[in-house]
Write a protein that binds this ligand. Structure first.
Ligand code: RRO
Length: 310
Protein backbone atom coordinates (compact mmCIF):
# COMPACT_ATOMS: atom_id res chain seq x y z
CA UNK A 1 0.00 0.00 0.00
CA UNK A 2 1.46 3.37 -0.93
CA UNK A 3 0.96 6.33 1.35
CA UNK A 4 -0.06 9.70 -0.02
CA UNK A 5 1.96 12.47 1.61
CA UNK A 6 0.85 15.16 -0.82
CA UNK A 7 -1.36 18.01 0.30
CA UNK A 8 -3.34 20.98 -0.96
CA UNK A 9 -3.35 24.43 0.58
CA UNK A 10 -5.73 27.09 -0.70
CA UNK A 11 -6.10 25.19 -3.95
CA UNK A 12 -2.34 24.84 -4.51
CA UNK A 13 -1.02 21.29 -4.73
CA UNK A 14 2.11 20.33 -2.85
CA UNK A 15 3.89 17.09 -3.85
CA UNK A 16 4.74 16.51 -0.19
CA UNK A 17 3.51 18.08 3.03
CA UNK A 18 7.04 18.97 4.21
CA UNK A 19 8.80 22.24 3.52
CA UNK A 20 11.38 24.51 5.05
CA UNK A 21 10.30 27.16 7.52
CA UNK A 22 11.05 30.71 6.38
CA UNK A 23 14.54 31.52 7.57
CA UNK A 24 15.93 27.98 7.49
CA UNK A 25 18.41 27.52 4.63
CA UNK A 26 16.53 29.87 2.32
CA UNK A 27 18.30 33.22 2.22
CA UNK A 28 20.58 32.92 -0.81
CA UNK A 29 19.91 31.81 -4.38
CA UNK A 30 22.10 28.73 -3.83
CA UNK A 31 20.10 27.74 -0.75
CA UNK A 32 16.78 28.22 -2.54
CA UNK A 33 17.99 26.21 -5.55
CA UNK A 34 19.13 23.43 -3.21
CA UNK A 35 15.64 23.36 -1.68
CA UNK A 36 14.31 23.06 -5.21
CA UNK A 37 16.51 20.03 -5.83
CA UNK A 38 15.70 18.45 -2.46
CA UNK A 39 12.66 16.40 -1.50
CA UNK A 40 11.05 19.46 0.13
CA UNK A 41 7.44 19.83 -1.00
CA UNK A 42 7.82 23.57 -1.52
CA UNK A 43 10.41 26.33 -1.54
CA UNK A 44 9.83 28.99 1.10
CA UNK A 45 11.94 32.14 0.93
CA UNK A 46 13.51 33.95 3.83
CA UNK A 47 11.25 36.77 4.97
CA UNK A 48 12.12 39.67 2.71
CA UNK A 49 12.45 43.34 3.47
CA UNK A 50 12.60 46.31 1.09
CA UNK A 51 16.38 46.53 1.11
CA UNK A 52 18.96 43.80 1.52
CA UNK A 53 20.07 43.36 5.14
CA UNK A 54 23.08 41.82 6.83
CA UNK A 55 20.99 41.13 9.93
CA UNK A 56 22.06 41.25 13.57
CA UNK A 57 25.64 40.75 14.80
CA UNK A 58 26.91 37.17 15.33
CA UNK A 59 26.66 34.83 17.09
CA UNK A 60 22.93 34.98 16.36
CA UNK A 61 21.89 31.31 16.18
CA UNK A 62 22.58 28.63 18.78
CA UNK A 63 21.43 25.03 18.68
CA UNK A 64 21.14 22.93 21.85
CA UNK A 65 19.64 19.51 22.55
CA UNK A 66 16.12 20.88 23.17
CA UNK A 67 16.01 23.21 20.20
CA UNK A 68 17.45 26.53 19.13
CA UNK A 69 17.51 30.22 19.87
CA UNK A 70 17.98 32.81 17.15
CA UNK A 71 18.14 36.51 16.68
CA UNK A 72 19.02 36.67 13.00
CA UNK A 73 17.52 40.12 12.49
CA UNK A 74 16.10 39.49 9.01
CA UNK A 75 19.25 38.95 6.96
CA UNK A 76 17.96 38.76 3.37
CA UNK A 77 18.65 39.87 -0.17
CA UNK A 78 15.79 42.38 -0.40
CA UNK A 79 12.55 41.75 -2.28
CA UNK A 80 13.87 42.68 -5.73
CA UNK A 81 16.36 39.81 -5.69
CA UNK A 82 13.69 37.30 -4.64
CA UNK A 83 11.22 38.62 -7.23
CA UNK A 84 13.83 38.03 -9.93
CA UNK A 85 14.47 34.48 -8.73
CA UNK A 86 10.86 33.35 -8.60
CA UNK A 87 10.56 32.27 -12.25
CA UNK A 88 13.58 29.96 -12.01
CA UNK A 89 12.47 28.62 -8.62
CA UNK A 90 9.05 27.76 -10.07
CA UNK A 91 10.74 25.52 -12.65
CA UNK A 92 11.37 22.91 -9.93
CA UNK A 93 7.69 22.03 -10.21
CA UNK A 94 6.75 22.64 -6.57
CA UNK A 95 5.10 25.64 -5.00
CA UNK A 96 7.18 28.71 -4.23
CA UNK A 97 6.11 30.54 -1.09
CA UNK A 98 7.31 34.12 -0.73
CA UNK A 99 7.63 35.31 2.85
CA UNK A 100 7.06 39.03 3.23
CA UNK A 101 8.25 40.99 6.24
CA UNK A 102 8.84 44.68 6.77
CA UNK A 103 10.60 46.93 9.20
CA UNK A 104 7.56 49.20 9.39
CA UNK A 105 3.94 48.98 8.29
CA UNK A 106 4.57 51.02 5.15
CA UNK A 107 7.01 48.38 3.86
CA UNK A 108 4.43 45.63 3.64
CA UNK A 109 2.36 46.96 0.70
CA UNK A 110 5.50 47.89 -1.24
CA UNK A 111 6.89 44.35 -0.97
CA UNK A 112 3.53 42.63 -1.35
CA UNK A 113 2.72 44.40 -4.63
CA UNK A 114 6.15 43.77 -6.15
CA UNK A 115 6.47 40.15 -5.11
CA UNK A 116 2.90 39.41 -6.16
CA UNK A 117 3.80 40.67 -9.64
CA UNK A 118 6.46 37.94 -9.79
CA UNK A 119 3.66 35.40 -9.12
CA UNK A 120 4.95 33.05 -6.46
CA UNK A 121 2.41 30.28 -5.78
CA UNK A 122 1.59 31.63 -2.33
CA UNK A 123 2.53 34.62 -0.20
CA UNK A 124 3.07 34.35 3.53
CA UNK A 125 2.90 37.66 5.39
CA UNK A 126 5.14 37.48 8.43
CA UNK A 127 3.45 39.24 11.36
CA UNK A 128 5.74 37.71 13.93
CA UNK A 129 9.46 38.47 13.68
CA UNK A 130 10.63 38.74 17.29
CA UNK A 131 14.16 39.95 16.63
CA UNK A 132 14.24 43.53 15.44
CA UNK A 133 15.49 45.58 18.38
CA UNK A 134 12.85 48.09 19.41
CA UNK A 135 10.11 46.68 17.14
CA UNK A 136 7.32 44.68 18.78
CA UNK A 137 5.82 41.71 16.98
CA UNK A 138 2.89 42.95 14.89
CA UNK A 139 0.93 39.77 15.58
CA UNK A 140 0.67 40.65 19.27
CA UNK A 141 -1.18 43.86 18.38
CA UNK A 142 -4.54 42.99 16.77
CA UNK A 143 -5.10 46.54 15.51
CA UNK A 144 -1.68 46.76 13.90
CA UNK A 145 -2.23 43.28 12.44
CA UNK A 146 -5.53 44.36 10.92
CA UNK A 147 -3.96 47.51 9.45
CA UNK A 148 -1.23 45.47 7.77
CA UNK A 149 -3.64 42.81 6.51
CA UNK A 150 -5.93 45.49 5.07
CA UNK A 151 -3.06 47.20 3.31
CA UNK A 152 -1.79 44.05 1.58
CA UNK A 153 -4.96 42.02 1.05
CA UNK A 154 -6.10 43.83 -2.11
CA UNK A 155 -2.59 43.79 -3.61
CA UNK A 156 -2.18 40.02 -3.45
CA UNK A 157 -3.80 37.84 -6.11
CA UNK A 158 -2.18 34.51 -5.19
CA UNK A 159 -3.28 32.71 -1.99
CA UNK A 160 -2.29 34.87 0.98
CA UNK A 161 -1.41 33.53 4.40
CA UNK A 162 -0.26 34.90 7.73
CA UNK A 163 2.69 33.69 9.77
CA UNK A 164 1.57 34.11 13.34
CA UNK A 165 3.40 34.20 16.66
CA UNK A 166 2.36 31.80 19.40
CA UNK A 167 -0.56 32.94 21.53
CA UNK A 168 -0.94 31.73 25.08
CA UNK A 169 -4.52 32.56 25.92
CA UNK A 170 -7.79 31.62 24.22
CA UNK A 171 -8.84 35.28 24.40
CA UNK A 172 -5.93 36.12 22.13
CA UNK A 173 -6.82 33.34 19.69
CA UNK A 174 -10.34 34.70 19.55
CA UNK A 175 -9.34 38.33 19.00
CA UNK A 176 -6.91 37.38 16.22
CA UNK A 177 -9.47 34.94 14.83
CA UNK A 178 -11.94 37.79 14.42
CA UNK A 179 -9.33 39.92 12.63
CA UNK A 180 -8.39 37.05 10.34
CA UNK A 181 -12.01 36.19 9.64
CA UNK A 182 -12.77 39.71 8.41
CA UNK A 183 -10.22 39.76 5.60
CA UNK A 184 -10.32 36.66 3.48
CA UNK A 185 -7.05 35.13 4.63
CA UNK A 186 -6.41 31.98 2.57
CA UNK A 187 -4.12 30.08 4.92
CA UNK A 188 -2.38 30.38 8.28
CA UNK A 189 1.06 29.33 9.38
CA UNK A 190 1.80 28.94 13.03
CA UNK A 191 3.93 29.26 14.99
CA UNK A 192 6.89 31.53 14.48
CA UNK A 193 9.59 31.11 17.10
CA UNK A 194 8.61 31.66 20.74
CA UNK A 195 9.92 35.18 21.03
CA UNK A 196 12.37 36.57 23.52
CA UNK A 197 13.46 33.45 25.31
CA UNK A 198 16.85 33.33 26.98
CA UNK A 199 19.35 30.48 26.85
CA UNK A 200 22.22 30.56 29.35
CA UNK A 201 25.57 28.80 29.16
CA UNK A 202 26.37 28.06 32.81
CA UNK A 203 29.95 27.08 31.96
CA UNK A 204 30.77 30.47 30.49
CA UNK A 205 28.23 32.19 32.75
CA UNK A 206 27.02 33.95 29.64
CA UNK A 207 24.28 34.27 27.11
CA UNK A 208 24.70 32.26 23.88
CA UNK A 209 23.75 34.81 21.23
CA UNK A 210 24.89 38.42 20.94
CA UNK A 211 21.88 40.57 19.91
CA UNK A 212 19.41 41.95 22.46
CA UNK A 213 21.43 40.82 25.47
CA UNK A 214 20.95 37.18 24.49
CA UNK A 215 17.16 37.25 24.08
CA UNK A 216 15.87 35.49 20.96
CA UNK A 217 13.25 33.31 19.34
CA UNK A 218 13.06 29.71 20.54
CA UNK A 219 12.53 26.90 18.06
CA UNK A 220 12.77 23.13 17.85
CA UNK A 221 11.71 20.32 20.13
CA UNK A 222 10.92 22.44 23.20
CA UNK A 223 8.22 24.49 21.44
CA UNK A 224 6.15 21.62 20.06
CA UNK A 225 3.32 21.74 22.63
CA UNK A 226 2.96 25.49 22.08
CA UNK A 227 2.85 24.97 18.31
CA UNK A 228 0.32 22.13 18.57
CA UNK A 229 -1.90 24.23 20.84
CA UNK A 230 -1.95 27.09 18.36
CA UNK A 231 -2.61 24.82 15.37
CA UNK A 232 -5.45 23.17 17.27
CA UNK A 233 -6.93 26.44 18.56
CA UNK A 234 -7.11 28.03 15.11
CA UNK A 235 -8.25 24.81 13.45
CA UNK A 236 -11.19 24.69 15.85
CA UNK A 237 -11.87 28.41 15.65
CA UNK A 238 -12.27 28.20 11.87
CA UNK A 239 -13.76 24.68 11.90
CA UNK A 240 -11.01 23.51 9.57
CA UNK A 241 -12.02 25.95 6.84
CA UNK A 242 -8.74 27.89 6.73
CA UNK A 243 -5.84 25.58 5.90
CA UNK A 244 -3.03 25.61 8.45
CA UNK A 245 0.67 25.01 8.05
CA UNK A 246 1.98 23.64 11.34
CA UNK A 247 5.42 24.89 12.30
CA UNK A 248 7.26 24.27 15.53
CA UNK A 249 8.95 21.32 17.11
CA UNK A 250 8.91 18.92 14.18
CA UNK A 251 11.85 16.59 14.79
CA UNK A 252 10.51 13.23 13.63
CA UNK A 253 7.55 11.58 11.94
CA UNK A 254 5.56 11.38 15.18
CA UNK A 255 5.74 15.15 15.53
CA UNK A 256 4.35 15.54 12.01
CA UNK A 257 1.57 13.05 12.78
CA UNK A 258 0.65 15.09 15.87
CA UNK A 259 0.58 18.36 13.91
CA UNK A 260 -1.72 16.77 11.31
CA UNK A 261 -4.00 15.32 14.02
CA UNK A 262 -4.30 18.83 15.46
CA UNK A 263 -5.36 20.09 12.04
CA UNK A 264 -2.26 20.97 10.02
CA UNK A 265 -2.38 20.45 6.24
CA UNK A 266 1.41 20.65 5.97
CA UNK A 267 4.39 21.22 8.23
CA UNK A 268 7.45 23.41 8.08
CA UNK A 269 10.85 22.48 9.40
CA UNK A 270 13.16 25.07 10.94
CA UNK A 271 15.64 24.07 13.62
CA UNK A 272 16.05 20.46 12.54
CA UNK A 273 16.58 21.50 8.92
CA UNK A 274 19.37 23.82 10.02
CA UNK A 275 20.89 21.11 12.25
CA UNK A 276 20.49 18.13 9.91
CA UNK A 277 20.44 19.61 6.42
CA UNK A 278 18.23 18.78 3.43
CA UNK A 279 18.20 15.02 4.10
CA UNK A 280 15.67 15.73 6.82
CA UNK A 281 12.89 15.82 4.22
CA UNK A 282 13.45 12.24 3.05
CA UNK A 283 13.77 11.02 6.63
CA UNK A 284 10.50 12.65 7.69
CA UNK A 285 8.70 11.23 4.65
CA UNK A 286 9.86 7.72 5.54
CA UNK A 287 8.96 8.13 9.20
CA UNK A 288 5.50 9.60 8.59
CA UNK A 289 4.69 7.00 5.93
CA UNK A 290 5.66 4.23 8.38
CA UNK A 291 3.36 5.62 11.09
CA UNK A 292 0.42 6.06 8.71
CA UNK A 293 0.88 2.57 7.26
CA UNK A 294 1.22 1.01 10.71
CA UNK A 295 -2.05 2.63 11.75
CA UNK A 296 -3.82 1.69 8.54
CA UNK A 297 -4.15 5.20 7.09
CA UNK A 298 -3.51 5.95 3.44
CA UNK A 299 -3.02 9.72 3.44
CA UNK A 300 -2.62 12.65 5.75
CA UNK A 301 -6.18 13.64 4.83
CA UNK A 302 -7.34 10.52 6.71
CA UNK A 303 -6.13 11.93 10.04
CA UNK A 304 -6.13 15.66 9.56
CA UNK A 305 -7.88 17.39 12.46
CA UNK A 306 -9.07 14.06 13.90
CA UNK A 307 -7.53 14.57 17.34
CA UNK A 308 -9.78 12.97 19.96
CA UNK A 309 -10.84 14.87 23.03
CA UNK A 310 -11.62 13.09 26.27
O1 RRO B 1 15.28 36.94 10.98
C1 RRO B 1 14.91 36.66 12.14
O2 RRO B 1 15.53 37.01 13.16
C2 RRO B 1 13.68 35.90 12.38
C3 RRO B 1 12.48 36.15 11.76
BR1 RRO B 1 12.28 37.41 10.41
C4 RRO B 1 11.33 35.43 12.14
O3 RRO B 1 10.21 35.62 11.63
N1 RRO B 1 11.47 34.50 13.12
C5 RRO B 1 12.64 34.24 13.71
O4 RRO B 1 12.71 33.38 14.60
N2 RRO B 1 13.75 34.94 13.34
Amino acid sequence: MTTDLSTTIAGVQFPSCFMNAAGALCVTRDELMALGQSRAGAIVTKSMTVDARQGNPEPRYYGFPGGSINSMGLPNLGYRAYAEMIPELKRFGKPVVASVAGLCEDDFPVIAAAINAAQPDLIEVNLSCPNIPGKPQIGYDPEASERVIKRVRHLITVPMGLKLPPYFDPAHHEVMGRVIGRHGVNFLNMINSVGNGLVVDPEREAVVIKPKGGFGGLGGRIIKPVALANVRAFYKLFQGKIPIIGTGGVVDGVDVFEHVLCGASAVQIGTVLVEEGLDVFGRLETELAAILTHKGYRSIADVQGMLKEL
